[in-house]
Design a protein around this ligand. Structure first.
Ligand SMILES: Cc1ncc(COP(=O)(O)O)c(C=O)c1O
Length: 474
């Protein structure tokens, strides 16, 4: 497991080939001098079997939903049915060009229409754009829609967005990118928005609030209708971060709770793969008053001020999401939400039986947060140590240190696609880790023992990512 995998560039041997190009059946042309490269591109030169082994080696070192339990809270790492890949791979979808005349690609437009209609029905919104490429991109797009709405009314004093202290980091970041100032709203002891604090923040400078419901503690914001009334009463709008829609799918709708704008993470709730940084999809839905401010596909000839992604967004992801919605139908979509919540409560119960402490000891929605504060104080074993130990047991670590209002937080989201046996096994493993920690706390700081990379410098990796092969480093 720990032997080093060389980069494909490092395995390259000059002149080695794997491509088999068809015989040229069009006249050869020579590019004008100014379009020609001065040096040949630096590409790895490998034969087919080496390419195949290279990627198999990388895949073997990667933990995906297909390898084992992946309870990454807030990220909804559910199983992505193989059927989606077949649908997205159909020639009629893969062999089209975004600039093809509309009449020639009616199937693709029909598909997008059908998906938009389904998303409206699921969320209670009136219209959707499918352009944004991820959740955070959707948040940014939604914030621009809110800004354009206020500006169209000459309401330019509204420069502030309210964000609860439990919010995902992308929420304040997206609002700041759209030019807003962030005002933090405190959470109450029970983990929900502190209504009394919220009331003190309302003014004619508030453009809106960003909320996710269930919130990042996995708790339903029971006062959502009151929150909506207060924000609307102050002239603001409500933005719904749809990352947690999985919990209420088919049961409750953001549009009925008073939200005006929402993004959805198709790569979470609608079972399309997350990918290593993409492609994802974060469609944005709005209530009718905001429809004029949605992005348009200007590159396809539709006039519009705002376009946030080339053409129609990540089209193949849209195919997969519609496939998921149509395969399940409305009854089974509701079953997704119900089973996601049931699984989370079952796992929470089993974790408590193993000796773990929930951040909020109550019925949860689709995810829950444990706090390992007591363990850290007593024997110095942190949430990070426990999360890293899970890797040695074939389980992906849960989300760590989020939400930030919980000390030594581990956030578990089992999703609806896990069986009772998997959940039981995960709880037993966590219990085993707890006992190991109590017997030998020092050893816990060196876990995982069986991973290629155990404890990278995460700050350095985030701040200084090296994403391209740089020969001078070799
Ligand atoms: C609550 C919440 N909001 C927003 C996002 C951002 O979504 P994406 O990763 O698709 O940009 C996430 C993703 O982890 C999330 O958990």
């Amino acid at each position: 497991m720990s032997e080093q995998v060389l980069l494909s560039f490092e395995k390259s041997v000059r002149g080695r080939r794997s491509e088999v190009l068809p015989v040229l059946d069009v006249p050869a042309i020579t590019l004008p001098k100014e379009l020609q490269r001065e040096t040949a591109p630096m590409l790895p030169e490998l034969c087919e079997v080496d390419v195949s082994r290279h990627y198999a080696q990388l895949a073997n070192r990667t933990h995906g939903v297909n390898n084992g339990f992946y309870p990454l809270g807030s990220c909804t790492m559910k199983y992505n049915p193989a059927l989606h890949e077949i649908a997205a791979g159909l020639e009629g979808f893969t062999n089209v060009h975004p600039l093809a005349p509309k009449g020639d690609v009616q199937g693709c437009y029909d598909l997008m229409d059908e998906l938009q209609t389904a998303l409206c029905e699921i969320t209670g919104m009136d219209a959707f754009t499918l352009q944004p490429a991820a959740g955070a991109h959707g948040e940014f797009t939604g914030m621009l829609c809110i800004k354009a709405y206020h500006e169209s009314r000459g309401d330019t004093k509204r420069t502030k967005i309210l964000v609860p202290d439990s919010a995902h980091g992308t929420n304040p970041a997206s609002a700041v990118m759209a030019g807003y100032e962030i005002i933090n709203v405190s959470s109450r002891e029970d983990g929900c928005v502190d209504i009394e604090h919220l009331k003190t923040l309302l003014s004619d400078e508030i453009a809106g609030i960003m909320l996710t419901n269930p919130n990042t503690l996995g708790l339903f914001e029971k006062d959502i209708l009151l929150i909506s009334e207060l924000i609307h009463g102050a002239g603001g709008l409500l933005y719904y971060d749809g990352a947690n829609l999985n919990a209420i799918l088919g049961v409750a709708r953001p549009g009925d709770m008073g939200f005006d704008v929402t993004h959805l993470n198709l790569h979470k709730t609608f079972a399309t793969p997350h990918g290593g940084g993409g492609p994802g999809s974060g469609p944005v839905g709005v209530k009718s008053a905001l429809i004029p401010f949605l992005p348009k596909v200007a590159s396809c000839g539709e006039a519009g001020k705002l376009q946030v992604k080339g053409f129609h967004g990540n089209f193949s992801v849209l195919v997969k999401a519609l496939c998921y919605i149509k395969t399940l139908g409305s009854d089974d979509l509701r079953g997704v939400g119900e089973h996601a919540v049931l699984n989370a409560n079952y796992l929470l119960h089993q974790m408590k039986a193993q000796g773990f402490t929930p951040a909020k000891d109550t019925i949860c929605m689709h995810e829950f947060v444990l706090t390992l504060e007591e363990l850290k104080e007593r024997i110095g074993v942190s949430a990070l140590d426990v999360a890293k130990s899970l890797i040695d047991h074939g389980i992906h670590p849960p989300t760590m240190y989020f939400p930030m209002i919980v000390h030594e937080a581990l956030m578990f989201e089992p999703t609806e696609t896990e069986s009772m046996e998997t959940l039981d096994q995960a709880a037993l493993v966590m219990g085993e880790i707890l006992r190991e920690a109590q017997n030998d706390p020092e050893a816990m700081h060196h876990t995982p023992h069986n991973a290629v990379i155990g404890r990278p410098d995460e700050v350095k990796a985030a701040r200084n990512p090296i994403l391209r092969y740089q020969p001078e480093r070799a």
